[in-house]
Design a protein around this ligand. Structure first.
Ligand SMILES: [Zn+2]
Length: 344
């Protein structure tokens, strides 16, 4: 993601520092301004598929270069979640990812004073690169969750398209948390997400990581899973490790030991990641588009495989509201008391 950002910034050229920071904040996960993909490119081909393959679930390749077979969809509504931006058709993931989101939604509502999740993009029906928004999310093991708590009412389809993101950062201040929107419940939600062994990393804005480093008084053994990254100031990004036995799924090195409140964070808080790129003497090179043939070979077969009978048939069975609150979860909080339920 960082090299993608660097390339993007190089091609942008003459921008003010403020604009550079603005773009930087977008670029980690949400590169909003991208050219339409060419017909036949992997982005165009995978973006046009509306249903997953039938059969067992496989993640093929790497988070940022791969595809997904046998995806299941997160139901648009659950007892403690609502999926957003339904028109994108990106509610698809590995069953493990969908199950994790349902569990996080339930545990956070029961234990952490977080009323429910607004779930953003997971993956396309057969994974693969997306024409906008993400470098990763290609193999059904990445999911974005809003840092806006779920409202009490059911959002209409139109509201789910239009509801604006709320940044946790103060406007006009460099990498500073806005304490009018950030609450202890946000911190508990992040640590709840990090508490699951199958969660390998969580990408969040460097300012949020700093806030967690400075304020989290509970068990810090999972704090190192929170990784500073550009953007991620209005949502966080959950990445699962390759599930056991998933042949063809290329994992990532585990995070370093420790809480990550160290020089790696200090780098993010310094000027270097946000510096204006030096003007290049060479003309900007347009990066070559990724074609299906650039992805792992098995992704061609995923595209050709028969589809599931319907989206409904491939949607995870939502649990009834009462059953959803039955299982026990361990507390994650330190001295941050329950309550402080953010309302928006
Ligand atoms: Zn993401």
């Amino acid at each position: 993601m960082v090299s993608l950002l660097a390339r993007t910034l190089q091609t942008i050229g003459k921008v003010s520092l403020a604009t550079t920071i603005g773009i930087g904040l977008l670029a980690g996960d949400v590169l909003a301004q991208q050219a339409a993909p060419s017909p036949g490119s992997a982005k165009a081909v995978f973006g046009a598929v509306t249903l997953p393959t039938a059969g067992p679930s496989h993640s093929i390749g790497f988070y940022a270069k791969g595809c997904l077979a046998g995806a299941v969809a997160l139901p648009a509504d659950g007892p403690t979640w609502q999926a957003m931006r339904l028109s994108r058709n990106r509610r698809w993931g590995r069953p493990e990812m969908i199950g994790l989101l349902e569990r996080l939604a339930r545990d956070a509502a029961k234990n952490d004073g977080w009323p429910g999740l607004l779930v953003g993009d997971i993956s396309q029906p057969r994974g693969g690169p997306m024409f906008n928004g993400h470098a990763s999310h290609q193999i059904g093991l990445d999911a974005d969750v809003w840092l806006t708590p779920m409202p009490r009412h059911k959002l209409s389809t139109a509201d789910r398209e239009a509801l604006p993101f709320t940044s946790m950062l103060a406007k006009d201040k460099f990498l500073t948390i806005n304490d009018k929107v950030w609450t202890p419940a946000h911190a508990r939600l992040l640590m709840r997400a990090a508490s699951y062994p199958e969660v390998e990393r969580i990408f969040i804005n460097p300012a949020i990581k700093k806030k967690m480093c400075d304020s989290w008084t509970g068990d810090r053994s999972n704090l190192g899973k929170l990784r500073p990254e550009y953007g991620h100031d209005s949502h966080f990004h959950i990445r699962l490790r390759c599930p056991p036995g998933s042949e063809g799924c290329t994992g990532q090195a585990p995070v370093a030991a420790g809480d990550g409140c160290d020089k790696t964070l200090a780098w993010w808080l310094g000027p270097e990641p946000w510096a204006k790129p030096k003007p290049s003497t060479k003309p900007p090179v347009k990066p070559r588009e990724v074609m299906v043939s650039d992805l792992p070979k098995a992704c061609g077969a995923v595209l050709a495989a028969p589809a599931a009978a319907s989206a409904r048939a491939a949607t995870s069975a939502a649990k009834p509201a009462d059953a959803a609150l039955e299982t026990e979860a361990m507390p994650v909080s330190g001295n941050t008391p329950p309550g402080n339920i953010p309302q928006q």
